[in-house]
Design a protein around this ligand. Structure first.
Ligand code: MN
Ligand code: MN
Length: 490
């Protein structure tokens, strides 16, 4: 007798599929992930940390191979870096690249506050730094919490780069943005949330201690040779801002003008932590989209053997502001990289082979989606929302207001990928982000679709997305990693 045919769909729970051994593997993987979150809070740091890990695992810079007039053979491991902010990792396959590649693309920029080009000013006993927010944030969430400064400063015609990180070490001071006390916030509390904190109120406290002026010693008590020694050697008459500039100069060798040569980002000075007594969740800044970046990167790093199709993990920048610019997914950087790969495979290959390759490529747009939040249940359609712990979430389409601005994946592509996960025993859910007409969002999927690739969005469901401290389920982090691995192996 056959089992009764099960007709009704039953959603899976990612935790219930994990035996004791798998739970240990999950815990170890999530510890690595948390360390990555702490080490790489910006696109620049993520690029540095991941390329260093790739190098250690035997990946070679594609620029070196190109410069040496080299070629690739099946199993060659390469990486490519775009202006220090975006990168890609490749394992070349046995098949001709015109038969297509398998790619996973995530983004490594996160919502944050950038310092303005000329940020520093002094006002009423404080030195403050002006910011310009980056990406879609709720501005009121960024006040009254410890903040860190991360960034790069260039010198010598752009040849020398200095990395700056302040507020992350246990012994570092942190930075801070003030909020109004409730006692005096009557006016503020009556405003819509979008105006509770204005963009020009996101001013970062960077200093407050005025110069010490030694009291003038009485004339008779002043020995001739001691005249100058009692006064501070410098700083006695310095403004507060000058004193802060001196501290910056001592620590980093910078002058105020150097802020024009810099890109400084203000991020929460918070470490990734387990959340809940059973430690099932991860709280951290910037999990959109470093959770998909890390799981995608690890899936390629942990891929063993020589693949049939060339495998590529692409980590882009500027997704949070529309994927613009030459490090964003709308630039031709990825296309040029694929052209280089096609050409390295066969020196006679050029644009036609590039087009054929892209047309036959399957691309997972690895980005987060909103997890169902029981506290804010009314924005979601419970039948079609992603649940934390339910496994990797696929979005056949994103966009908003009648699927506008979406790359709608074909049912055929959905079938290919979910069959591939079913065969590997990986739980998945197929979801929409919220109720129709409530809102929406976009990813890099549409730009990859423009290149002719078959693309679908999939990634980890997140609670409190774009807040300074986002929440994910460890089960989803682990299963998303397993899902990407299954896709690369299929
Ligand atoms: Mn994202
Ligand atoms: Mn986002």
């Amino acid at each position: 007798m056959e089992d009764a045919l099960k007709l009704e769909y039953e959603a899976k729970n990612g935790w219930s599929l994990l035996d004791e051994g798998a739970r240990k593997e999950l815990t170890a993987f999530c510890e690595d992930y948390k360390k990555f979150l702490d080490d790489a809070k910006t696109e620049v740091e993520a690029t540095e940390v991941l390329t260093a890990a790739a190098k250690a695992a035997g990946f070679t810079d594609i620029e070196e191979v190109i410069a040496q007039g080299g070629s690739v053979c099946p199993g060659t491991k390469l990486y490519a870096v775009n202006r220090g902010k975006s990168c890609a990792f490749i394992v070349t396959g046995k098949d001709d690249p015109t038969s297509g590649m398998k790619m996973i693309g995530a983004h490594i920029d996160c919502p944050r506050l950038d310092l303005k080009p000329r940020p520093l000013y002094e006002d009423s006993g404080f030195v403050l730094a002006k910011t310009h927010y980056y990406g879609g944030i709720k501005k009121y969430q960024w006040v009254a919490m410890p903040l860190a400064l991360h960034g790069v400063v260039f010198s010598d015609m752009g040849r020398k780069k200095l990395n700056v990180k302040l507020g992350e070490d246990e012994n570092d001071p942190v930075l801070y943005i003030t909020d109004l006390l409730p006692h005096l916030a009557g006016g503020q509390m009556g405003k819509p949330a979008s105006q509770v904190i204005g963009a020009e109120q996101l001013n970062v406290v960077t200093g407050s201690v005025p110069a010490y002026k030694a009291p003038e010693p009485a004339e008779e008590a002043k020995p001739e040779d001691q005249e100058c020694k009692d006064k501070p050697e410098n700083g006695g008459n310095d403004s507060l801002k000058t004193l802060i500039l001196k501290l910056i100069n001592e620590k980093y060798g910078l002058k105020e003008e150097d802020f024009f040569r810099a890109e400084f980002e203000i991020v929460p000075a918070l470490k990734a932590k387990d959340v809940g007594l059973d430690r099932g969740l991860i709280g951290a800044y910037g999990q959109d989209d470093r959770v998909c970046a890390y799981t995608a990167f690890r899936s390629l790093l942990d891929f063993e053997g020589v693949p049939d199709k060339t495998l590529l993990v692409y980590l882009s920048d500027k997704e949070e502001i529309g994927s613009m610019g030459n490090t964003g997914a709308r630039s031709c950087w990825l296309e040029n990289l694929i052209l280089e790969l096609v050409h390295l495979h066969d020196a006679a290959y050029g644009m036609l082979e590039l087009r054929r390759s892209m047309r036959n490529t399957k691309f997972l747009s690895a980005d987060v989606t909103a997890a169902f939040d029981p506290t804010f249940a009314d924005v979601s359609d419970k039948l079609n929302v992603a649940f934390a712990g339910g496994g990797i979430a696929f979005e056949k389409y994103t966009g908003s207001g009648g699927k506008y601005g979406s790359s709608d994946a074909s049912a055929q592509l959905v079938t290919y990928i979910v069959d591939c996960l079913d065969q590997a025993g990986v739980p998945w859910q197929l979801t929409e982000m919220g109720k129709v007409d409530v809102g929406g969002g976009g990813t890099i999927a549409q730009f990859m679709a423009d290149l002719g690739m078959d693309v679908i969005d999939c990634g980890v469901p997140v609670l409190s997305m774009h807040s300074p401290y986002e929440l994910t389920s460890k089960a989803d982090v682990f299963w998303t990693y397993k899902a990407y691995l299954a896709f690369l192996r299929a």
